[in-house]
Write a protein of this length. Sequence first.
Length: 107
Amino acid sequence: MARLTNEQQVAITVAPKTATGKDAVIDGDVVFSSSDEAVATVTSTGPLSAMVVAVAPGVCQILAVFDADLDVGEVREITATGAVEVVGAEAETAEIVFGTPEPIPAP
């Protein structure tokens, strides 16, 4: 599971594999989606890659769907999933904000 704050994003890449674990060729581009866009959105950035952007605290699944069948006109859909947890960003630093100077009251 990837863990992000609501101020972060993360690049993802799909790596299709054969049954023996070797790199596999796929037919077309991967189609990405989020199970809950109120938690995180996902936008394709290439044939096998995307950017996941945190939106608000929660958990969602990122889905990557592609055609594993290389024959023309046939489709064998594969779906890969990965969980994303978004948490609220915590304070890391602080600054002191000064107001407008004013005269000291007379005693």
